[in-house]
Design a binder for this molecule. Sequence first.
Ligand SMILES: NC(=O)c1ccc[n+]([C@@H]2O[C@H](COP(=O)([O-])OP(=O)(O)OC[C@H]3O[C@@H](n4cnc5c(N)ncnc54)[C@H](OP(=O)(O)O)[C@@H]3O)[C@@H](O)[C@H]2O)c1
Length: 326
Amino acid sequence: MQYRHLGRTGIRVSELSLGSWISFKGQLDVDGAAEIMAAAYDQGVNFFDNAESYAGGKSEEVMGAALKKLGWRRGSYLVTTKIYWGLFDGVNEKNTLNRKRLIEGIHGSLERLQLEYVDVLYCHRPDQTTPIEETVWAMHNIIERGRAMYWGTSEWSAAEIVEAISIAERHHLHKPVVEQPEFNLFERKRFSGEYIRFYQEHGYGATTFSPLALGLLSGKYNAGIPKDSRAGTFKMDWMIASATDKDKIAKVQALEPIAKDLDCTLAQLSLAWCLKNPFVSTVITGASRVSQVQENLKAGGIAPKLTPEILAQIDVIFGVKKEEEG
Ligand SMILES: NC(=O)c1ccc[n+]([C@@H]2O[C@H](COP(=O)([O-])OP(=O)(O)OC[C@H]3O[C@@H](n4cnc5c(N)ncnc54)[C@H](OP(=O)(O)O)[C@@H]3O)[C@@H](O)[C@H]2O)c1
């Protein structure tokens, strides 16, 4: 396993990591979660991602119980969580980054995770109704109280992040150090376009999500929706639409000869492509079973094999011209 700095912080994270969205509680109980976390940890993964809203808080409960069962040394791993959507419908409790919600939110997350602190606390989305200054102060206070080591953003615009950083610098507060954006072969424009200068200038970290586009890039939906897959299990309209998108499936099929030449699976190729981006700190993978973890964590060995020629071939398949990447 290779480790990369989380942006300009002193913390190093495994270049491939594991998240709990949908799978924890949705597909895996405490024993199942402990099993896939152990499979990842044994291969060097030190970064485990969660969010308050996943499974209505139950995903944090499952991870907390799994961690208790595993009994790892706290210094040997990082746990991250995110706040924004909230767990209740109260007027100040959902879709917000107000001070009260953030401070109450971190208390709840720590209780469910059975931890004294998380390593990164993300603002899961931007909140246009709360002044960024209020959010920055609240996140600073959370860190000062020892409830999080670092804080970050998820799917914020570059302008919002720059504003948060400059407020923090003006008042000598803890500034956000990392963004959690979607990044995969289908969704790359924002990460490789809007953010690029900003990563160069600010050295912001990037913990990227949905590297397999919910599983599509593994090729598992090429011949229909398997019953035991994410789209087959949860049957949400947007998942089915994505899993049956003919244009996307044709692109995944076009990757097959490249994967074959490299002697790897489609999932490994797609994850390796994410790893080639120098601004990525860690690629957060998802898995519903141990065999996927074992397969996916081999992507680190494939990344060095992706030559500029192969990357250009992949760009052609995905219809990306050089200037579009920024
Ligand atoms: N910040 C945000 O807003 C945000 C949003 C989304 C995700 N995230 C984070 O990013 C993490 C990863 O996102 P994601 O789960 O969407 O990642 P993904 O890699 O796009 O999809 C993971 C899913 O694909 C399937 N899969 C994985 N490896 C496979 C393989 N080798 N072969 C076949 N199928 C495979 C599994 O689902 P099945 O086996 O069930 O089909 C797995 O749960 C999440 O857990 C979460 O921590 C953050």
